[in-house]
Design a protein around this ligand. Structure first.
Ligand code: ZN
Length: 287
């Protein structure tokens, strides 16, 4: 049992200490800003190049060349998706959920970017449209498209509930990446990483700071649109939690497919644009 907290009496100046104003950890004024006007001109005349339907409680991979656009679309019913992104030419460069959260906050929307792992630390994709941007933060502190959860996985499920459940997003992404690349399952699993929780509505409880979820406000037709900054391999899992209103890591929830659509930009729309270079740090680490 945990002791009842607090065990430690507050100091005399506790209130003064609590009253110190916070500062933003990473002021984003110096962050390279996306040229949304350029991306939207590219999207205005775009042509669809393909689509992948992700079945419920499964994941599928998709490729998007740099400068192309992709959309994750709700079809049939409210459904949450767990998104992984890799550099298509080097799986070791992958989406870095934690740093993206530190830069943009707990939930992403239009103009925010999905940043890659060290040493690349560059934008992999920029969100260019979000039909759920009307939601904002609700009275519980919930919002959509979070980078605070990780992905539902069979290890945590085993820890909390026992048993073997094989259709958590972690396993779905692992199977999809193994099928796409031909890697053995254990090697594919090592490339699966913390996700962007597409359409999921989440937050932290105000009193205990616990991660919560609630029914996604997504409706069929809603979509999240991305501009691919580099050549991408993506994988999307249609979470076994469905709209994540009650539970995940089981087959209890109603689940629906998700659609990934890819598009080529209008000819000449990106003239002068180039994919972002890897991060400028020299990696000598003071040696
Ligand atoms: Zn999941």
């Amino acid at each position: 049992m945990k002791p009842s907290r607090p065990e430690t009496p507050p100091p005399a100046d506790a209130e003064a200490r609590r009253a110190v104003a916070p500062v933003i950890c990473y002021p984003v004024e110096t962050l390279p800003q996306p040229d949304l006007a350029l991306y939207r001109r590219a999207a205005a005349g775009m042509e669809k190049t393909g689509e992948v339907l992700v079945p419920p409680r499964a994941a599928r991979c998709f490729e998007v060349p740099a400068g192309h656009i992709f959309r994750i679309r709700s079809v049939e019913g409210a459904q949450v998706g767990d998104l992984n992104l890799w550099n298509a030419a080097d799986l070791s460069e992958r989406f870095y959920s934690g740093k993206t959260r530190a830069l943009h906050g707990t939930h992403l929307s239009t103009g925010d970017r999905m940043w890659s792992s060290f040493p690349g630390l560059r934008p992999m994709a920029t969100i260019t449209r979000d039909t759920l941007d009307w939601y904002g933060f609700d009275s519980f502190g919930g919002a959509v498209h979070d980078v605070i959860g990780t992905r539902c996985d069979p290890y945590t499920h085993n820890l909390l509930s026992g048993g073997q459940y094989h259709h958590c997003c972690h396993s779905n992404l692992t199977r999809a990446l193994a099928a796409e690349t031909g890697l053995p399952l254990d090697q594919a699993e090592a490339h699966v990483h913390d996700v962007l929780n597409v359409f999921m509505c989440t937050g932290f409880t105000r009193d205990t700071g616990q991660y919560f979820m609630k029914a996604s406000p997504v409706r069929p037709g809603d979509y999240l649109e991305f501009f691919a900054e580099i050549d991408l391999l993506g994988a999307l899992s249609a979470c076994p939690g469905g709209d994540c209103s009650s539970e995940h890591s089981s087959d209890a929830a109603a689940c629906y497919p998700l659609l990934v659509e890819t598009f080529r930009p209008a000819d000449g729309a990106l003239d002068g644009w180039a994919p972002p270079a890897v991060n400028g740090y020299d990696r000598s680490h003071g040696m």
